[in-house]
Write a new protein. Structure first.
Length: 162
């Protein structure tokens, strides 16, 4: 998946935070935050699946002309029901792509992961980021080549912090 030329993932994160969306940053962007020298073209989040939070998330995304990334390029819009479900939505916004995971491949959702986060404070407010140890666990289980590279870097960073 490639980013639009105007992708600004930092502004995308700031927008979600400023909109009051409760979510945890995971994936490549979390690895970058922890110091792994990897690149990412999107952000991956796991959001709290409450009615109010899912509505805030949908509203924030709609402000960014959100649509589902799909082969036919029909610009389908995500729904509240989708955000309250169990799946993953690969979305495009005017600020760049965001993968919204209702839960991880192993069934863990926001409530299960929140105790495995670190808090970062930025201009827009506070952001929860999956801790490096849990990120390694998740990326190791997925087993993609690019995840194996991130895992190697993250393990080195964890070891050096000990």
């Amino acid at each position: 998946m490639s980013s639009p030329p105007t992708a600004d993932l930092e502004r995308l994160l700031d927008h979600l935070v400023a909109s009051g969306v409760e979510f945890i940053l995971i994936g490549g962007a979390a690895a970058v935050w922890h110091g792994a020298p990897v690149t990412t073209r999107d952000i991956d989040i796991v959001h709290r699946r409450s009615d109010d939070n899912a509505a805030r998330l949908l509203g924030a995304l709609e402000e960014l002309d959100v649509h589902i990334i799909e082969p036919a390029k029909r610009r389908l819009k995500p729904s509240l029901e989708m955000l309250l479900g169990n799946g993953q939505l690969n979305l495009a916004t005017s600020l760049g792509p965001v993968d919204v995971l209702c839960q991880l491949h192993d069934g863990r959702g926001y409530e299960d992961l929140v105790e495995h986060t670190v808090l970062a404070t930025g201009d827009a407010g506070e952001l929860l980021i999956l801790d490096a140890v849990t990120l390694v666990e998740i990326k190791s289980a997925i087993g993609r080549y690019r995840d194996k590279l991130a895992v190697a870097y993250l393990l080195t960073l964890i070891e050096n912090k000990s």
